[in-house]
Design a protein around this ligand. Structure first.
Ligand code: SF4
Ligand code: SF4
Length: 394
């Protein structure tokens, strides 16, 4: 297979944060150090080599790019301070920007001022759009959907989901095609027979249940973290709490809407704390806010090497998640406080605008790893299953 050489690759990657990678002289210490390296997945040295010789396609089609959890152990041991961990993070940003055809991700990653402007402008636009259709603020009882009509939010949400789905699908399809080619995985070997389907189902289980929800590799990555930190402050737990919280809130929102459609409970109607959907939302919200707050605190302190270098992309994502979680609780407070304070309406408007922004920007920022990583893990899980299973069952 011929590989095209991109002479600008290294320069490009430096714009995404791989500032010191030219210092690498390929000694391999980082690969020997990385807790996630196995015989058939050697990184980060191989990735750095691809970048140095301009093998852009090889770099972008490497599933290992997404299996690194930025623990920085490789950077600790690098004799030339080439910061291989920073390189891996920069290469993931570069990949997200490359898969995005709109150019928005590139602008947000390489021009922090423009990224900040886009973030603020989008939130303001969402808020103004919703406010343009506003109704009265009821006094004495809280009627948030009398203020901003539920139908308006619903339609805006649908529009945001369509954009996200279209942009995300193009990126994921491009990435999956590149990785599957490199890994020698064809559609037939994934879906072509009952044995292939069994193998794919097993890989899917490993990807979604064991790795994504269970965070197995992340927990292994954090073994060195274990001695230094209590469990509730370890990187894998904070990442998991934020992710579980995010998914829990998504599930609670969908369930609440489902109850409304089924005519069981109108959205926004006050219910007791133990009402299942509210309970799920409250627990998920606590996890989300806890995880995001701790991740922000660790980045501000910068004690661990893994969080010493933060980019605007890191801050933007954490800020949007944190604001969404905190304003969600503030809204809950306003809904259940006696006297129904008027500030609740403005918190509601702000909360929905930021949540919409978080959703619509997902394919263009760091949050995109929530899809790219499981795709890469799926191919990794497939590679770990003996091909003979297909042949035997075919
Ligand atoms: S990044 Fe550092 S440790 Fe890794 S191969 Fe290069 S010089 Fe060696
Ligand atoms: S940051 Fe951690 S997981 Fe990633 S390559 Fe370095 S040692 Fe491995």
């Amino acid at each position: 297979m011929t590989a095209l050489v991109d002479t600008n690759l290294l320069t490009d990657l430096k714009r995404y944060g791989a500032a010191n990678v030219s210092a690498c002289f390929s000694c391999g210490t980082c690969t020997a150090t990385c807790p996630l390296v196995s015989n058939d997945s050697t990184f980060p040295r191989r990735m750095i080599r691809y970048a140095q010789v301009g093998m852009r396609d090889r770099l972008l089609s490497s599933k290992e790019l997404w299996t690194c959890y930025a623990c920085s152990e490789c950077s600790e041991t690098c004799p030339t301070q080439a910061e291989p961990s920073e390189f891996m993070a920069a290469a993931r940003r570069y990949a997200i920007a490359t898969y995005d055809r709109t150019g928005l991700a590139r602008a947000m990653y390489t021009r922090p001022a423009i990224g900040t402007f886009i973030g603020v402008a989008l939130a303001v636009l969402f808020a103004l759009f919703m406010y343009s259709g506003h109704g009265p603020q009821s006094v004495g009882s809280r009627d948030i959907f009398g203020f901003i009509p539920e139908g308006l939010i619903h339609n805006l949400g649908i529009a945001a989901m369509v954009i996200v789905f279209a942009a995300g699908l193009v990126g994921v399809a491009t990435m999956a095609r590149a990785v599957s080619r490199e890994a020698g995985v064809s559609l037939r070997s994934v879906l072509g027979s009952r044995a292939a389907l069994r193998r794919s189902a097993g890989a899917l289980w490993t990807t979604l249940a064991v790795e994504t929800l269970g965070q197995r590799r992340y927990r292994n990555d954090c073994l060195s973290d274990a001695a230094a930190q209590p469990w509730y402050a370890r990187r894998w737990f904070l990442h998991a709490a934020t992710m579980w919280g995010f998914l829990g809130l998504l599930a609670a929102t969908i369930l609440d809407y489902g109850l409304s459609v089924a005519g069981i409970k109108a959205t926004g109607t006050p219910v007791p704390i133990w009402y299942p959907v509210r309970l799920l939302g409250t627990v998920a919200g606590i996890l989300l806010v806890y995880g995001a707050t701790m991740l922000i605190v660790q980045r501000v302190r910068g004690r661990e090497r893994s969080v010493r270098h933060s980019t605007s992309a890191d801050w933007t994502l954490l800020a949007l998640i944190w604001i969404t979680g905190v304003t969600g609780f503030a809204l809950e407070l306003a809904l259940y406080l006696p006297g129904a304070p008027a500030w609740g309406y403005w918190v509601f408007l702000f909360h929905v605008a930021i949540a919409m922004e978080l959703v619509i920007l997902a394919p263009f920022m760091k949050l995109a790893h929530a899809v790219y990583r499981p795709v890469a893990l799926f191919f990794l899980a497939l590679a770990a299953t003996p091909e003979t299973q297909i042949k035997e069952g075919a």
